[in-house]
Design a protein. Structure first.
Length: 316
């Protein structure tokens, strides 16, 4: 039997990476095996992966030589950065550069780079529809990823660019679920007006990445976008109401109100939602549902994701 191709997975204990690790391990005859990269091989999440039979190795995106060791002998690498760990776009760009450098040095044959739009292409810094943040960004956690796209091809690393979408899991883990207003009405608040939001089950990003690796070199050099569904706030609230068995109202506040909510990242997310709303055509057309389902026919819809996860969504 031919040796299995190793896919080194950055963020293997996180939302995107764990979806990929599990997709690979769920198909023992698929020709691939996963190498999980974590800063702490003893953490409960890392141990959970080890119990599945996954090789778990230590590396830190700050440390190129640790990445080189983690990529050694790997056919492929899944590369993602972690804005919400440090809130620094410059650090994301450095981390992308470190991964590209290690992939080049170790001769990785296929990198999937998890990216998002550089919104400054559509909203230049002098466009005052939304404020410039952190000196030179509009949506820092998007822009830094898009700005990093070039580092992989610049180094000659064979790369597929995976454009991701809003995780529905944010309703569970990121405090974005419906909340009760003072009158006891359950309310989903998003500053999106009537715009459509391309969303996805986070684990499906990893499952889509696996489908890309399985295509061999067919998608190298290409941008592949994934979303499970494009839904308005009203449609999301209606789906939540069906899942909860009680009314959920959509509350479309203005982006500037959202930016002022005061939690860490509120300005970044306010600009992000405004970008979705004001550039719905750009954002949705790049995430073509037919192409995404052709890549991964089992992509979950919001309803199918809710059927498994609605009970985890806080609703206080
Ligand atoms: N939330 C959304 O809707 C959404 C949508 C699209 C894209 N994104 C982007 O997704 C990215 C986060 O990915 P995720 O959601 O899969 O992550 P996550 O679930 O938040 O998990 C964080 C991961 O980061 C790893 N990590 C953090 N710092 C590290 C470092 N210095 N070196 C190595 N590993 C490090 C952690 O591993 P250990 O702790 O085990 O070391 C962990 O696996 C963000 O940049 C975000 O902008 C989010």
């Amino acid at each position: 039997m031919p040796e299995k191709k190793i896919i080194a997975v950055v963020g293997a204990t996180g939302a995107q990476g764990s979806g990929l690790v599990r997709a690979i391990m769920n198909e023992p005859d698929g020709g691939f095996t996963a190498r999980a990269i974590t800063r702490n091989v003893d953490s409960p999440k890392a141990q959970e992966l080890a119990a599945l039979g996954v090789e778990v190795v230590a590396a830190d995106l700050d440390d190129v030589s640790s990445l080189e060791r983690a990529f050694d002998g790997a056919y492929g690498a899944y590369c993602v950065t972690f804005f919400w760990e440090h809130f620094s776009p410059e650090k994301e760009i450095q981390h992308a550069t470190n991964m590209a450098t290690a992939a080049k040095t170790m001769g990785v044959q296929h990198v999937i780079w998890s990216t998002l739009e550089d919104t400054r292409r559509w909203v230049p810094l002098d466009d005052d529809r939304m404020p410039t943040l952190m000196g030179s960004y509009k949506v820092p956690h998007f822009d830094a990823k898009g700005e990093s796209d070039h580092v992989f091809p610049d180094l000659g690393v064979p790369t597929t660019f995976l454009l991701t979408s809003f995780y529905w899991d944010n309703l569970v883990h990121f405090g974005m679920g419906p909340k009760e207003d003072p009158d006891g009405n359950l309310t989903l608040t998003m500053p999106m007006g009537e715009g459509k939001l391309p969303g996805i089950a986070a684990e499906d990003i990893g499952r889509a990445a696996y489908a890309i690796f399985k295509r061999g070199d067919e998608l190298i050099g290409q941008t592949v976008a994934v979303a499970g569904e494009h839904l308005t706030g009203e449609e999301m609230a209606a789906a939540l109401a069906r899942a909860f068995g009680r009314e959920v109202r959509y509350n479309a506040i203005e982006p500037e109100v959202y930016r002022g909510l005061g939690f860490p990242g509120a300005e970044d997310l306010g600009n992000m939602f405004q970008f979705y709303r004001d550039f719905e055509d750009v954002f949705c057309s790049r995430r073509d549902m037919i192409a995404a389902r052709a890549l991964l026919p089992s992509l979950q819809t919001f309803d199918s994701w809710l059927s498994k996860n609605a009970n985890q969504i806080p609703r206080e």
